[in-house]
Design a protein around this ligand. Structure first.
Ligand SMILES: [Zn+2]
Ligand SMILES: [Zn+2]
Length: 238
């Protein structure tokens, strides 16, 4: 039987597992450790706790699955995270590159009543400001911006990695979800999108791997690289 209330730490892990599942990456302790930048023993201990508390099961090949209760908790915390981010940008006017950490703190302490009020306050918005669907299962498939050929039309769908230092970088570049343009340069160093208004937005190739887009013509879809989950700034060659 699952305990009714997950701890903050358990919710953090359930959230990370949910992100792995969404990105179609294997739900394993190794990927959790990579994504949360924690040591293998630390993750191993918490995975054991999640299993004992009835939120997950582990197969003989170490792949983790949610129990119905675990999935319910994971979807809840992810939904609150994205809703809070949207509320902070649209209602409170906080820039979208400054809301992720705030949402990380607030998502654990929100009552169903407050959630309902916030949902009413954001109106028609269906995603967080970084393009992730607030309601689980509504995710649109995209391809990494880095895979797109020069000359293709692109619409920016979402930022897969929400590390705030990466979001600051993306904000400075001018790229944001919903933006439309043409991919005008794609080199091993840099990817450039020329927006419909003529503005040029460039990001490093490794950052472009973390940006999902809809492209025409589109490259084949592929699963994100586990490396993209690593939140450290050094990954992005800046
Ligand atoms: Zn976030
Ligand atoms: Zn977000």
């Amino acid at each position: 039987m699952a305990t009714e209330h997950a701890t903050v730490a358990e919710e953090e892990y359930l959230q990370t597992l949910f992100w792995l599942q969404e990105a179609k990456l294997p739900m394993t302790g190794a990927n959790v450790a990579r994504a949360m930048q924690l040591s293998a023993p630390t993750v191993h201990e918490m995975i054991g706790r999640l299993e004992r508390d009835g939120y997950i099961t582990r197969a003989s090949d170490k792949v983790i699955s949610f129990t119905p209760s675990g999935l319910d908790h994971a979807e809840g915390v992810v939904r609150r995270h994205r809703l809070i981010e949207r509320f902070l940008t649209d209602v409170l006017g906080i820039p979208w590159d400054e809301v992720h950490e705030e949402a990380e703190r607030l998502e654990h302490a929100m009552s169903p009543v407050l959630e309902e009020r916030m949902l009413a306050a954001i109106g028609d918005a269906k995603t967080c400001p970084h393009g992730h669907p607030i309601v689980a299962g509504a995710r649109i498939d995209g391809v990494p911006l880095a895979d797109v050929a020069e000359g293709a039309k692109v619409t920016i769908l979402r930022f897969e990695n929400e590390a705030e230092d990466l979001l600051h970088y993306l904000k400075e570049s001018g790229i944001e979800p919903g933006l439309k343009g043409t991919l005008t340069a794609n080199s091993p160093e840099q990817v450039t999108v020329t927006c419909e208004d003529g503005q040029l937005c460039s990001v490093t190739f490794s950052v472009a791997e973390t940006v999902s887009v809809i492209a025409d013509p589109s490259p084949p879809s592929r699963i994100a690289l586990p490396e993209q989950l690593v939140l450290a700034r050094e990954r992005y060659g800046r």
